[in-house]
Design a protein around this ligand. Structure first.
Ligand code: MN
Length: 402
């Protein structure tokens, strides 16, 4: 409370200082109503058998620690989550699935797509999967506010990278589609680490190919990315032109969040108008609020569709938060806005997720890559919290056989 003149006069009168008393006088405040308290309570209800299993596995694989180590759960060779600075990095130190035929044993599979040949300005996103994996080592599988522990409540693997062909967009697209189709067919949720945004088309095609059902897309970006070609090729400015040409993907189910600024090509805008995509700018979202924006996005993406795909371009954030990206633009989302919106739109379940345009060579202190990690764990955490991870399996009715 403010220290105003009457309080001072009380003090002079020899009364107990009101400021000191009133600081603790909030009759409406119920600590147990806060998220902080509820989260503390919720943690106590989470199992820890996954963690115990990992510790035992670490001892079995890495040898029990030396005599002087008091904590007998510590192995000689680092295995699993700890220490965060050690180990061979997969995404979130999830098991590396060397034989990709085994991905179906997991609820979700991370696929690296190291590809930046669709870039029209800054390159470097071919190092995106490595950069994201490396800083993902910083994370635990537990989220305090959501009260979820991914290690206890789901299984995740890292399928490694798709073999892309830097000199050839089309061959790379075919490789990416085949890889995504394989993972989607296995039943594991495909999570793609880009890579520039040109991968949006082959990734969606990979899922659309293995289902007769219709797919909506929620796209976070500053850029509209729906022109037919750029520099005579299907570059990272074009994915939604091609994706919404697929027979079971409609532009009217494409919801584009955060578009704006001075880097949106007019050809793309004309195409969006022609096809009837749905755009909410930062100003639109700010005005209506995040909850309403999420409701509208879900309504449009799920209208007459059976699943929704999420494409998250990290440049949808204000460039101050994502220096390591291909086309930085001021005025985008704040990180906490984007995370909240992402959590809301992934809550009902999704059929795939891509996080694109992380360019480690331009990054500072890993912050762009770190946000890339956060996009993935936020989506998984939200689906786990709402019990909707795995719902996408029901749409796979034309599994790819390789
Ligand atoms: Mn973009």
């Amino acid at each position: 409370m403010s220290r105003n003149i009457p309080e001072r006069s009380h003090r002079r009168a020899g009364l107990v200082a009101r400021a000191a008393r009133e600081r603790f006088h909030h009759p409406d405040f119920d600590a147990r109503g806060t998220q902080g308290w509820k989260s503390i309570e919720a943690e106590g209800k989470l199992p820890e058998s996954g963690w115990r299993k990992e510790q035992q596995w670490a001892l079995d694989m890495g040898l029990p620690g030396s005599e002087s180590i008091v904590d007998k759960s510590i192995p000689t060779f680092a295995r699993g989550e700890l220490p965060h600075f050690a180990g061979i990095n997969t995404f979130l130190k999830a098991p590396y699935v060397e034989n990709v035929r085994d991905v179906g044993k997991y609820d979700a599979a991370v696929i690296g797509i190291p590809f930046d040949s669709g870039t029209t300005y800054r390159p470097g996103t071919r190092f995106g999967p490595q950069g994201i994996r490396r800083i993902s080592a910083l994370y635990t599988p537990y989220n305090y506010e959501l009260g979820v522990d991914l290690r206890e409540q789901m299984t995740l693997c890292d399928a490694g990278d798709v073999f892309t062909i830097p000199a050839n967009l089309e061959k790379s697209f075919d490789q990416i589609t085949k890889g995504v189709s394989h993972v989607a067919s296995s039943g594991a949720l495909p999570i793609m680490l880009g890579g520039d945004h040109s991968i949006g088309f082959p990734c969606v095609r990979g899922i659309a190919d293995v289902t007769s059902k219709r797919i909506g897309i929620i796209h976070f970006d500053r850029h509209i990315d729906i022109q037919e070609k750029d520099l005579d090729e299907r570059m990272h400015t074009t994915p939604w032109y091609w994706a919404t040409n697929l027979p079971n993907v409609s532009a009217t189910n494409l919801v584009q969040l955060g578009i704006g600024g001075w880097q949106v090509p007019r050809y793309g805008v004309a195409e969006a108008r022609k096809r009837g995509t749905n755009v909410l700018t930062i100003a639109d979202i700010e005005q209506m609020g995040l909850e309403k924006a999420a409701e509208i996005a879900l309504e449009l993406a799920w209208k007459d569709t059976d699943a929704v795909y999420i494409s998250f371009d990290v440049d949808s954030l204000d460039c101050g938060f994502v220096p390591g990206t291909g086309w930085p633009e001021p005025g985008g989302f704040l990180p906490r806005e984007a995370l909240k919106l992402l959590g809301l739109v992934t809550a009902p379940g999704i059929c795939g997720l891509e996080v694109v345009e992380v360019s480690p060579p331009y990054d500072t202190s890993d912050i762009t890559a770190l946000f890339g990690v956060r996009v993935v764990v936020e989506a998984l955490g939200s689906m786990v919290a709402h019990g909707n991870l795995g719902k996408h399996k029901s749409i796979i009715d034309k599994p790819a056989s390789f």
